[in-house]
Design a protein around this ligand. Structure first.
Ligand code: AMP
Length: 422
C-alpha cells in the first residue's frame, strides 16, 4: 500500500494531510498525484467522494509553491472550473486546508451573490482560483480577471458541467487559457461530449480511473419515511427499538441538530454520540473509536464531519434531515454496505424536504420506496405532490421495522446531475 510520503509530496503538504487524519492515499490520489507532480496532463474518471479534490489540490499546491512567482494583478496561476457553488466552496476549502502551511493566495467565485467581494479578491492577483463557469465569464467580460497567466487548468465534474449546459462557457474559457499549461479533467462518466473536450484540451495525458460508487449504492436498500418535522425524534426512537439496527449513523444538516438529536437519544438510554466540525480532532477521533468498538451504537453526524469515516458493518444510515445536495445523499448512504455487505438507508422526509427528495431521486435515477408502516405515516400533510402520489409505490416495500425493501430498479449508474445552476 502506498503512503503519502512515497508520492513525492513535500513536508509542508504532508503535515497538512496528516493533520486532517488521512493515513493512506485513496486510489485516485495514489494514481494521480505522481503524474501531476511530473507536470503531465491527466484525465481522471472519478466522482466526488473518492478523494479527487486532494488528488489534484495537493500537487497543484506543491507545484505552485515550488516555483514561487508573484501573480500579476487580476490574474491567477491555477484555475479550477466546477459546476456548482457548493462544489466550488468545497474545493476552495480543500485548498485552504491542504495549503495551510504554504503562503499561496486563493479566491473562489460563483454566481447568485454580489460580485463585489470577488472582484476585490482578484484585484491583487492570486495563485488559485476556484470558479463556476457563468460567473467567471461575467468577470472576464468585465475585465476583472485575465486568464493569460494560468499555468494549471482543472475541469472538475466535466460531465455534469456539460449536462448543466455549460459547454459553450467552458470552451470560451478554455480558449482564453494559454496553450502552454498543465490540464486536468475529472469526470464521473465519459459521454462523447466529454471525450470531445478531452481531445480538444488535453495533451499526451495519463488516464486514471477508479470504480464508481454507484456499484455500492445498488446494494443498499433505500426507503423514505414521510413524517412531520416535530415527529422526527419520536420516529427515530421507534426505529432504534429494532435490534437489527446494530450500528447506525444518523445524518443531520447542522451541528446544532446533531447535538440535540444525540442528547435526546442519550436521555432515552441509547448509546449515542455526535461528531461535527465544532468538536476537536481528538474528540472526533474518540467518538469514532467508541463507534468502531461498539461502545456507541448511534453516531449522529453532519456531512462534513462524516467525510472520510470508513467503519465496517454499519447496519443503517438514517437521514434525519435530507441533504441539500444529491451527491451528499450518495455519500451518506455509501457509509453502509461497505466491504461487500448489504446495508439499509432510511430517509426521514418532512413536507419542506420534498424538493430535495425529488432531486435525489432524479440524481440516482431511482424512486425510493415509501415506508407506510411506521406510526407517523399519514399524520403529515404532504400536499402539493410527493413521492407518495405514486400509488404503485405505496406498500411495495412495507416490511417491518427499520429494514427491508430493495429499491426498485432504475440502474442508478450516475448521479449528481442537473442539480443547481451556478
Ligand atoms: P472528495 O472526493 O474530494 O470530495 O473527497 C471526499 C472526502 O474524503 C474529503 O472531504 C476528505 O475529507 C476525505 N478524504 C480525502 N482524501 C482522504 C484520505 N486519503 N483519507 C481519508 N479521507 C480522505
Amino acid at each position: 500500500m502506498t503512503n503519502f510520503s512515497e508520492l513525492g509530496l513535500t513536508d509542508a503538504i504532508l503535515r497538512a494531510v496528516t493533520g486532517e487524519g488521512y493515513t493512506v492515499p485513496t486510489p485516485i490520489q495514489a494514481q494521480t498525484i505522481p503524474y501531476l507532480l511530473q507536470g503531465r496532463d491527466v484525465l481522471g474518471i472519478a466522482q466526488t467522494g473518492t478523494g479527487k479534490t486532494a488528488a489534484f489540490a495537493l500537487p497543484i499546491l506543491q507545484r505552485l509553491s515550488e516555483n514561487p512567482r508573484k501573480a500579476m494583478p487580476k490574474s491567477t496561476r491555477a484555475l479550477i472550473l466546477t459546476p456548482t457553488r457548493e462544489l466550488a466552496l468545497q474545493i476552495d476549502e480543500g485548498f485552504k486546508t491542504y495549503g495551510r502551511h504554504l503562503n499561496l493566495k486563493r479566491a473562489v467565485v460563483f454566481g447568485g451573490v454580489s460580485q463585489r467581494p470577488q472582484v476585490g479578491a482578484l484585484r491583487q492577483g492570486i495563485d488559485i482560483l476556484v470558479a463556476t463557469p457563468g460567473r467567471l465569464l461575467d468577470l472576464m467580460n468585465q475585465r476583472h480577471i485575465d486568464l493569460c497567466s494560468v499555468e494549471i487548468f482543472v475541469l472538475d465534474e466535466a460531465d455534469r458541467m456539460l449536462d448543466m449546459g455549460f459547454i459553450r462557457d467552458v470552451r470560451t474559457i478554455a480558449a482564453k487559457v494559454p496553450t502552454k499549461r498543465q490540464t486536468l479533467l475529472f469526470s464521473a462518466t465519459m459521454p462523447s461530449a466529454v471525450d470531445g473536450l478531452v481531445k480538444g484540451l488535453l495533451k499526451d495525458f495519463a488516464r486514471v480511473e477508479v470504480t464508481p460508487e454507484s456499484t455500492t449504492v445498488e446494494r443498499i436498500a433505500q426507503r423514505v419515511m414521510l413524517v412531520a418535522k416535530e415527529d422526527k425524534r419520536s420516529l427515530l426512537g421507534d426505529v432504534l427499538k429494532d435490534s437489527s439496527v446494530s450500528r447506525a449513523i444518523v445524518f443531520t444538516r447542522t451541528k446544532h441538530c446533531a447535538n440535540r438529536v444525540a442528547e435526546q437519544l442519550q436521555k432515552t438510554g441509547v448509546a449515542a454520540d455526535a461528531i461535527h466540525g465544532n468538536k476537536s480532532q481528538g474528540a472526533r477521533q474518540r467518538s469514532l473509536a467508541a463507534f468502531k468498538d461498539g461502545k456507541v451504537r448511534v453516531l449522529v453526524a453532519t456531512d462534513i464531519a462524516a467525510r472520510g469515516i470508513d467503519v465496517d458493518h454499519i447496519s443503517h444510515v438514517i437521514n434525519f434531515e435530507l441533504p441539500m445536495e444529491p451527491e451528499s445523499y450518495v455519500h451518506r448512504i455509501g457509509r453502509t454496505a461497505r466491504a461487500g455487505t448489504e446495508g439499509i438507508a432510511l430517509s426521514f422526509c418532512d413536507a419542506s424536504e420534498r424538493g430535495q427528495l425529488r432531486a435525489i431521486e432524479r440524481a440516482i435515477r431511482q424512486s425510493i420506496p415509501v415506508d407506510v408502516t411506521h406510526a407517523y405515516h399519514g399524520k403529515v400533510s404532504m400536499t402539493g405532490g410527493t413521492t407518495e402520489e405514486a400509488p404503485q409505490r405505496r406498500g411495495r416495500n412495507n416490511r417491518r421495522g427499520g429494514g427491508g425493501g430493495r429499491n426498485g430498479g432504475g440502474g442508478g449508474k450516475s448521479w449528481g446531475r442537473k442539480s443547481r445552476a451556478a
